[in-house]
Design a protein around this ligand. Structure first.
Ligand SMILES: [Zn+2]
Length: 203
């Protein structure tokens, strides 16, 4: 498992896909996908608050529908949100029209110009259409693999400690990822804060 996205993959994806946000400052962009869910997201919010960190949550529209109060708290606490489709669709397994309909449905609940395709998979046509609709396509520099049952908390942390200024790290505020994610998140915040980094939402 390679946690840092190799350069050739970034090049293949094209420059309109953002894997990193260039900055001269010491900034790390924490991102959380697939929430919000009441079992996990509040725990993430507590940790972020304790470390004075802001993050970006790529929400599944259907979770916003189920937990609108939780979604509102994300915004109230100064974090940003992004569209992650309504039903967590895999772009390459979904027709163009079904995919765009799902994105639109989610956009009605999630007001954001940020988009992250579930599984990082998307067709060229879907991509062009999203760009035409003025979405920024946000991928990641480093993936923690927090959701993987095959890795330990320590391995998840090790995956996560590979960040540089402007990097985007992918975590999940989901039940599947909770154990590894909470362990790694706390330590990533401590480790990089000590090195003078700030944690900002993608704007
Ligand atoms: Zn996802």
């Amino acid at each position: 498992m390679i946690s840092r996205i190799p350069k050739f993959l970034r090049l293949i994806a094209g420059k309109e896909c953002e894997f990193h946000i260039p900055t001269k400052e010491k900034i790390i962009y924490l991102t959380f996908d697939d929430g919000p869910v009441p079992e996990v997201t509040p725990k993430v919010l507590d940790i972020l608050k304790r470390h004075n960190a802001k993050a970006t949550f790529f929400c599944v529209g259907d979770n916003i529908r189920k937990y609108p109060e939780l979604y509102k708290i994300l915004l109230d606490e100064g974090h940003n949100v992004g569209n992650h489709t309504m039903h967590h669709l895999q772009g390459l397994k979904t027709s163009f029209s079904d995919y765009m309909k799902d994105v639109e449905q989610s956009a009605e609940l999630c007001s954001s110009n940020l988009f992250r395709p579930p599984y990082g998979r998307i067709s060229k046509r879907q991509k062009q259409e999203l760009l035409k609709r003025n979405f920024r396509l946000i991928f990641w520099s480093v993936i923690s693999f927090d959701y993987s049952k095959k890795i330990s908390q320590e391995k998840c942390l090790k995956n996560s400690l590979k960040l540089h200024s402007g990097d985007i790290i992918l975590f999940h505020d989901s039940l599947k990822a909770e154990k590894n994610m909470l362990y790694a998140l706390e330590r990533v915040l401590l480790f990089y804060s000590e090195k003078g980094f700030r944690f900002c939402a993608i704007r």
